[in-house]
Design a protein around this ligand. Structure first.
Ligand SMILES: *Cc1c(COP(=O)(O)O)cnc(C)c1O
Length: 473
């Protein structure tokens, strides 16, 4: 073997660098959870690019590289990280990820991922039970909520259409009804599938930003008039911007009545099935034909890890097969252990082990504790916002997503929007807090996702103090 190759795969190098990396990551974990480093060292994109173009190693020591990557990345474990929905992963889950990356089983067929495939089945059975499916519930893990939603929409289409779409392509105008507040991945999935604008039927939301279910019938009839065959309704659990849950019971009833596919996009908050206190928000989910839940949002795993669940086992096998072929296969053993027949991926990461390592070491109570704690924190933060004169809460939160804005006497209209945008941009560049912004009813709001168990009451007070300071009050 050539020297470079030998050196690259040398177990001794792996061991020494690995120990140093663990030491470095331990320091990162301690410093970030204790808030001893900034949540982010902001660099303009062009400066970041220049930094990496010019980057070299002294003495060929990769630890310098690892340090530079950490320094130039956002620190998700920092208690003042409260912007997007990506969670600070449980360290055990990240370690399991390292294991998976090194042994690199590809999961497409059984022998290329024997352990991870069987573990996936164990977890899927647990999720099906938690959702409230009977023994026929099934599913699999896929690479992200976006692909999960696409997969579920493909299943809905396969279910609704009598012709053989895999053979003949689309032969009629199909449509899906979804809240105007739904995540853009649903829209994207339907466009990928060739539904076009006409096939994406957006239903308005009410004051609480959840879908107005009393309008479903009217929009359904209008779509029919326009020559669009509605095949499914999507419920948000919750929607991304405001974190508000749709009424899944009402959507489920409507779907049953019209014989439509019922999909729940629980990418963010489907994990609340583990919370004794908050699982009521998901009432009706057990009637859903398909459900998407991200592990990397509320369930403490690194990205990506997404559950796509089906009420009927058969569907989890038929999504990517031609009708005729499926009928033929139906009599055969369904081979749960050959994953690639069922998922959009061929090669797939060993995602299951990252969830399982948390489950097996901490038990499922840890997911209850995490979701319940963070949703409680959302309510506490809303209360603090309402108590301050210079703030306006957008709406009472259902979850850990809280939207609000800074207000001040004499500043009105678009100036309030500009002021809030300026505050958010200043926060980003200062690097002390990380929050984001969103548009609600055409106005700019600050948006937080309280997704870090180290975020606490005092830090929320500090955030509001800092916003007041930046807003000049
Ligand atoms: C985050 C999110 C998605 C997209 O999931 P990814 O894992 O980021 O691809 C879809 N739907 C909702 C409601 C989300 O919050």
């Amino acid at each position: 073997m050539e020297n470079r190759l030998k050196d690259t795969y040398n177990p001794g190098n792996f061991n020494s660098i690995g120990h140093e990396l663990i030491d470095l990551l331990t320091k990162y974990l301690k410093d970030s959870t204790e808030g001893n480093i900034p949540v982010m060292n902001w660099k303009e994109p062009s400066d970041q690019l220049k930094f990496w173009k010019d980057f070299t190693l002294e003495n060929n020591n990769p630890i310098e590289l690892f340090k530079a990557i950490i320094d130039n990345s956002i620190h998700i474990h920092h208690p003042k990280y409260m912007g997007h929905q990506l969670c600070p992963p449980a360290p055990i889950s990240a370690l399991t990820g390292l294991l998976g990356e090194l042994i690199n089983n590809g999961m497409a067929i059984y022998e290329m991922g024997a352990a991870a495939t069987a573990i996936e089945k164990v977890i899927i059975d647990l999720l099906a039970k938690k959702i409230g499916y009977d023994d026929n519930g099934d599913g699999y893990i896929t690479s992200g909520g976006t692909i999960g939603n696409l997969t579920a929409m493909l299943a809905a289409r396969q279910n609704a259409v009598d012709s053989d779409i895999w053979e003949d392509g689309l032969t009629e105008n199909l449509g899906v009804m979804v809240s105007s507040e739904a995540h853009y991945s649903v829209d994207r999935a339907l466009r990928i599938m060739g539904f076009g604008s006409k096939g994406i039927i957006k239903i308005p939301v009410g004051d609480n930003f959840s879908i107005r279910t009393e309008l479903l019938d009217q929009y359904y009839k209008q779509a029919e008039k326009n020559g669009v065959k509605v095949i499914a309704v999507v419920g948000c659990a919750p929607s991304t911007s405001t974190g508000m849950y749709d009424d899944l019971v009402a959507i489920g009833n409507f779907c049953k009545q019209k014989e439509l596919w019922f999909h729940v996009d629980g990418a963010h908050g489907g994990g609340a099935i583990f919370s004794k206190k908050y699982k009521h928000l998901l009432s009706g989910i057990e009637k859903a034909d398909s459900v998407v839940i991200d592990g990397h949002k509320m369930l403490m795993t690194p990205a990506l890890l997404t559950f796509v669940m089906f009420r009927q086992k058969e569907v989890s096998y038929s999504t990517f097969s031609q009708k005729a072929q499926y009928l033929w296969e139906k009599n055969q053993d369904e081979e749960w252990f050959n994953m690639a027949r069922r998922t959009i991926e061929c090669t797939k990461l060993m995602m299951s082990i990252k969830f399982y390592s948390i489950l097996i070491t901490q038990g499922e109570e840890v997911f209850d504790q995490s979701v319940t704690h963070l949703y409680d924190l959302g309510k506490e933060f809303a209360k603090k916002i309402k108590e301050r004169d210079n703030f306006e809460l957008a709406l009472e939160p259902d979850s850990n997503i809280v939207c609000f804005r800074f207000i001040k006497p004499g500043v009105t209209g678009v100036d309030v929007d500009n002021l809030n945008s300026k505050i958010r941009s200043k926060l980003l560049k200062d690097g002390e807090f990380y929050i984001v912004q969103t548009i609600l009813n055409d106005r700019v709001y600050l948006r937080t996702t309280l997704i870090n168990p180290f975020t606490n009451s005092q830090i929320l007070d500090e955030l509001l103090d800092e916003i007041e300071r930046l807003g000049g009050n």
